[in-house]
Design a protein around this ligand. Structure first.
Ligand SMILES: [Zn+2]
Length: 416
């Protein structure tokens, strides 16, 4: 689905986003192609593309190959050099960060392992990583900092509980402190929501309006994307799939229930099976075992995890009937590939047998980077994706990019 432009006077920023969105989704687009796709006049489209080119968000693509006769239409594309965004993935025991440009390319990345129970040390680790990332690339626009972390974030019985969450945290004031220290706009979100938005902007879901995103990392999360917005539920905690009990009388879960899905299908569950007690050792030991692929414990865990994945796919499909399920997260790509292969054939469901050009499961192309990329998307998602809500946003007379695109300044750390 392509969003249509609107002729209302107050909708100029919305129209600009629609034009940006078409160029991003198509890779390149001529003015005529844009006019054909939206309900805007050729003059309006010309004005908008001129504005976007002037502020450097788009650029004319250099023609390649032999020159053809006649004047070819100018192909417009997003300008990769139109600034960067910093994505930070916060997981128990590890903080990773990357500098990402406007087309989703990772410029540089770094990470540190530490005890994330301690919020002050976590803040200082984030500040250190941000400094490492922006010092060499000091010139150019910085759109802000996005942080992805395990949910649920709104206070519930199961927030900040257990080794797959940021255990012991009481609130998220750390992000206000980060904003004050860096003087950058700071956005944060549940990791599965960030990952899903990342796939929407730059990943395998670029051309999809709706899908289900399964986030396989230290824990297991999920997000339902409908019309390119994450469905949040009544309290902002929808589709916390990892804590759905699936094995009667199964393993005790830190949430207080037993047999929850993420007790069988998560990196924490694998580390536990392998006897890795320290979160700082988790990634290296799992990588080493995966490379050899002969550890009987790993093989037994994989067989059981694939069974749980097969059941989960059936439940998601029968409940929500998404066109596809995208799997991303910080889990190593080779692990996810093996689990998905082993989960075949999938169970029968409302999705099975439906003729579709889409596979029932798609793997993120950025698998191990999908958390960090999702985080980096948070500061620029509003910029690049027109959503109807922006029509209700109030705008201020500020002669900068934010005003041109109808972005509201964020006075405090904002949750996307
Ligand atoms: Zn649980």
């Amino acid at each position: 689905m392509v969003s249509r432009g609107t002729t209302q006077q107050s909708s100029a920023p919305y129209n600009r986003r629609i034009v940006l969105d078409i160029i991003r989704r198509q890779g390149t687009a001529s003015r005529k192609e844009i006019v054909d796709l939206v309900s805007l006049s050729p003059q309006t489209v010309a004005n908008i593309t001129n504005d976007l080119e002037t502020i450097g968000l788009i650029r004319a693509k250099r023609a390649s190959g032999p020159k053809s006769r006649g004047q070819p239409p100018i192909a417009l594309e997003l300008n990769p050099n139109a600034g960067h965004s910093i994505g930070i993935s916060l997981e128990p025991g590890r903080v990773s960060a990357a500098l990402v440009n406007l087309v989703g390319e990772i410029h540089s990345r770094c990470e540190v392992e530490l005890d994330t129970h301690d919020q002050r040390r976590t803040l200082s680790a984030m500040l250190g990583l941000i400094d490492d990332l922006i010092r060499p690339a000091s010139s150019g626009r910085l759109w802000g900092v996005g942080i992805a972390l395990p949910g649920p974030l709104i206070e519930t019985d199961i927030s900040f509980v257990g080794p797959t969450a940021l255990e012991g945290w009481k609130d998220l004031s750390i992000f206000d402190a980060l904003r004050d220290e860096t003087r950058l706009q700071v956005f944060y979100s549940v990791d599965s929501v960030a990952g899903a938005l990342g796939e929407t902007l730059f990943g395998v879901a670029k051309l999809l309006d709706s899908f289900f995103y399964l986030h396989l990392g230290v824990g297991l999360g999920g997000t339902l994307v409908i019309n390119r917005s994450a469905y949040r539920g009544a309290n902002g905690n929808a589709t916390e799939i990892g804590h759905i009990p699936v094995v009667p009388g199964g393993k005790a879960c830190y949430c207080g229930n037993a047999g929850c899905l993420e007790r069988y299908l998560s990196l924490h569950s694998l580390a536990e099976a392998l006897g890795v007690a320290d979160a700082a050792d988790r990634a290296s030991i799992i990588a080493e075992k995966l490379a050899r692929n002969e550890d009987p414990v790993l093989l037994a865990w994989s067989a059981q995890a694939a069974e749980r994945l097969r059941d989960a796919v059936c439940t998601i499909e029968n409940m929500l009937d998404p066109p596809t399920i995208v799997i991303g997260g910080s889990a190593p790509k080779v692990l996810v590939e093996r689990l998905v292969a082993r989960a075949q054939p999938l169970h029968h469901s409302v999705r099975g047998g439906v003729r579709s050009t889409l596979e029932r499961i798609l793997l993120s192309e950025r698998q191990e980077d999908s958390s960090i990329l999702g985080a980096a998307v948070l500061p620029i998602y509003d910029l690049l994706s027109p959503r109807l809500e922006v029509l209700q946003q109030d705008r201020r007379a500020e002669a900068d990019v934010a005003d041109l695109l109808g972005q509201r300044p964020v006075s405090r750390a904002g949750r996307l």
